[in-house]
Design a protein around this ligand. Structure first.
Ligand SMILES: Cc1cc2nc3c(=O)[nH]c(=O)nc-3n(C[C@H](O)[C@H](O)[C@H](O)COP(=O)(O)OP(=O)(O)OC[C@H]3O[C@@H](n4cnc5c(N)ncnc54)[C@H](O)[C@@H]3O)c2cc1C
Length: 316
């Protein structure tokens, strides 16, 4: 049974990706003694990758898990407290404005809450997919494109993101196959024209991936392509699959306390992190349909902590 901890926290932060840890560092340094719920993926998405080459401050690059461990140490050093619990719901009392955050371990009261729970990239759900992430399967061309120079790669999807990723990847890859299950793209007309005019992009219409194949080091080396029209299959050599079939932001537990866009991203105030509920802030991928990078999530975490601090001053 879930028990009430009967503690009044000033600030609760939900999530320990770059957004949550950065918010925790800033809030702890502002003496807000934040309580941070880690959820099931301690350190967030970057713990599932190997080398991160684009986070400022590490000219030689840094391994994703190490970067996240460093952030957690920095937050803890300044006084952030961690609870290894999953948030189930948030509600707000109308009169006091206090939030009740119910987790897998109890119920906590807080004056302000920052949601930093990220967005999960969608994959195809094929066998062995989760083990392949970071070894030839990814959902981020900006992050991983530069690792695949002069080799064939493919992008899965047919929308604007898929086209953008395919065009970007032509800077590095020898060839970019654009795999789409229909016979035409969903992307805007201008984006379609640009993509289809790119000599390095080869669209593979009415196709889907049926299986991944790895070499003896466990790295992706080819895929089985299946026709969505007649089910015929063939093997295609690619060194990386870039998935571009959307992201699912994680914010169901906040119910109606936040507004979301059509894709489910939490809507925040322009240039800010406030949601429609006073005292409830959102930062990182969960509220960012556009950039979804570690540094942009960290930047938003900083802003959320400063916004929360200002909000808390108005309650004193
Ligand atoms: C394989 C891979 C490689 C990448 N490489 C790069 C790169 O090289 N450079 C780059 O800039 N970006 C990279 N990214 C993107 C980057 O990881 C994300 O943009 C960034 O992690 C988003 O940070 P975040 O804090 O918003 O959320 P996340 O990192 O997604 O963290 C979300 C956190 O919320 C927690 N959580 C979720 N639900 C709950 C709940 N109900 N209760 C409590 N906690 C919860 C999770 O446990 C997790 O700690 C990569 C992503 C992936 C998947």
């Amino acid at each position: 049974m879930i028990q009430s901890k009967q503690m009044d926290e000033k600030l609760i932060i939900i999530g320990t990706g770059p957004a949550g840890y950065t918010a925790a560092i800033y809030a702890a340094r502002a003496d807000l003694h934040p309580l941070v719920f880690t959820g099931g993926q301690i350190g967030g998405q970057l713990t599932t990758t190997t080398e991160v080459e684009n986070f400022p401050g590490f000219p030689e690059g840094i391994m994703g898990p190490e970067l996240m461990f460093n952030m957690s140490q920095q937050a803890e050093k300044h006084g952030a407290r961690f609870a290894y619990e999953e948030v189930i719901s948030i509600t707000q009392e109308a009169c006091s404005g206090l939030f009740t955050v119910t987790t897998s371990g109890g119920a906590y009261k807080a004056e302000a809450v920052i949601i930093a729970t990220g967005a999960k990239a969608r994959y195809l759900g094929l066998d062995g997919e989760s083990e392949l992430i970071g070894h030839g399967l990814t959902a981020c061309a900006t992050c991983d494109g530069a690792f695949y120079r002069d080799v064939p790669v493919c992008v899965v999807g047919g929308g604007d993101s898929a086209c953008e990723e395919a065009n970007f990847l032509t800077r590095f890859a020898s060839k970019v196959y654009l795999i789409h299950r229909r016979d035409q793209l969903r992307a805007s007309k201008a984006m379609q024209q640009r993509t289809l005019a790119n000599e390095k992009v080869e669209p593979l219409w009415n196709s889907t991936i049926a299986a991944y194949h790895t070499d003896d080091k466990g790295e992706l080396c080819s895929i089985t392509l299946r026709s969505t029209v007649d089910g015929t299959e063939r093997e295609l050599e690619v060194k990386c699959v870039f998935m571009a079939i959307g992201h699912t932001p994680v914010s169901n537990f906040a119910g109606d306390l936040v507004d979301r866009d059509a894709a489910g991203f939490v809507i925040t105030a322009p240039n800010g992190t406030a949601t429609k509920t006073p005292g409830l802030f959102a930062a990182g991928d969960v509220a960012d349909p556009t950039y979804r990078q570690a540094i942009s999530a960290a930047g938003m975490g900083c802003r959320a902590a400063m916004d929360a601090e200002r909000y808390l001053l108005t309650r004193e």
